[in-house]
Design a protein around this ligand. Structure first.
Ligand SMILES: [Zn+2]
Length: 398
């Protein structure tokens, strides 16, 4: 770099705000966390970064910053190599960002102070090829793909909703996809349950699902659970997973899953279908939003609850609803966008309309409320009607 550049750099450094690594760390650990941006090149970022940092190489900063935050008053901390930081800060100030400063000394000073760093999961060559179209999406990138590959998602049901969700989650690179389904494929399933084919009739759905998903993405760890969920096994089954996708439409399982996820703090991406209507929401199960019992504290009497077989369902409908569920799962894993928490999305296929309804956590909820009455799992099948678990509705999985 020439003398003229050095002079410019000194001038810029004198003009833009700068903080020490200690001050930066204190701000990052504070409740109102600033947006932290690493402006180094991707290769440098891949070797390690300050935890929580987004990577926007300086050459892309002006193009991409508005996609990350359009709020000009948002507090932004950035860091890079010595000369990059001050110049990048000036660029953002020139764009109208009012609260930008850079971390003096960048990652080097951060490490020297003994503070921890983070490192993304490196992708293999095969993964780089397979997920090439993800890697160029700013909200995914190598880092997001790494999160997808590390994610463990459990699908309840390999039926109408579980089929499209499983296909797309496996294709997207979700590393572990577990599937719970005790049923075998029936010819009447094939109108909508696209994981299964005519040659699968009579075979366990989890086996058929396993084969299809492994063919789609051999690296995906597909875990079949050919069981009925009960209070005895549900905690053990969900334990290894980060997110539960509910594709069942029988009430005993819905309540069982809800309570188990509240007890273990795992989010449920919930979907349901009825004729031409679909619904999707996320029950975060961490008091940040409602659970299923906040909306419906107790199950209806067995004779009031239609199963899919009785109610009928348009074959294409679970495709749309299951893929909205899959989309929400991917967003949750990436930490991208605005998840369907506290919102119930209603889809009317006849009108081709989507409506959002606000839903709230109930502080008096029997399971997630402030003084819960339900502190143990309940098997409503046995409790309500005394039927044997093996007599659960055949179409339980939609
Ligand atoms: Zn609740």
């Amino acid at each position: 770099m020439g003398a003229a550049f050095d002079t410019l750099l000194e001038k810029v450094k004198g003009e833009v705000p700068c903080v020490s690594v200690d001050a930066a760390r204190a701000r990052l650990n504070n409740g109102a966390t600033p947006l932290l941006i690493d402006v180094r090149e991707r290769e440098a970022f891949a070797e390690g970064y300050i935890p929580g940092a987004e990577n926007i190489p300086r050459g892309f900063l002006e193009l991409q910053i508005e996609g990350v935050s359009n709020d000009r008053s948002r507090a932004i901390l950035l860091y890079g190599d010595d000369s990059q930081s001050a110049l990048a800060t000036r660029d953002l100030v020139n764009m109208g960002y009012k609260n930008v400063s850079y971390i003096d000394g960048g990652l080097g000073a951060w490490k020297d102070a003994g503070y921890e760093t983070a490192k993304d999961r490196p992708l293999t060559k095969a993964e780089t090829f397979r997920y090439a179209r993800h890697l160029i999406v700013p909200e995914v990138g190598e880092r997001g793909q790494g999160k997808l590959l590390d994610a463990r998602v459990l699908l309840i049901g390999a039926g109408g909703l579980g089929s499209p969700a499983a296909y797309y989650l496996a294709a997207a690179g979700v590393g572990t996809v577990g599937i719970v389904d005790a049923d075998v494929v029936d010819v009447s399933n094939l109108q909508r349950q696209i994981l299964h084919g005519t040659s699968d009739v009579g075979r366990p759905k989890v086996v058929s699902a396993y084969e299809k998903l492994k063919d789609m993405n051999p690296a995906c760890n597909v875990v079949p659970h050919q069981i009925y969920l009960t209070s005895d096994n549900v905690m053990e089954v969900i334990e290894p997973y980060d997110i539960v996708v509910n594709g069942c439409d029988n009430f005993p399982t819905r309540y069982l899953i809800n309570d188990a996820c509240v007890f273990s703090g795992k989010p449920i991406v919930d979907g349901s279908i009825f004729r031409f209507d679909g619904q999707v929401t996320i029950f975060p199960c961490d008091k940040e939003g409602p659970c299923y019992r906040c909306l419906y504290p107790e199950p209806p009497p067995a004779e009031m609850a239609p199963s899919c077989a009785e109610a009928g369902v348009l074959g294409v409908l679970p495709g749309t609803v299951g893929l909205i569920q899959a989309t929400e799962v991917v967003k949750l894993i990436l930490g991208a966008g605005d998840p369907l928490i506290g919102r119930l999305l209603m889809f009317d296929a006849l009108q081709m309309s989507f409506k959002n309804f606000k839903i709230r956590r109930d502080v008096n909820c029997p399971v997630c409320g402030d003084n819960p009455e339900i502190t143990e799992l309940i098997d409503y099948v046995a409790f309500c009607s005394g039927v044997n678990l093996s007599e659960l509705p055949k179409e339980a999985a939609g």
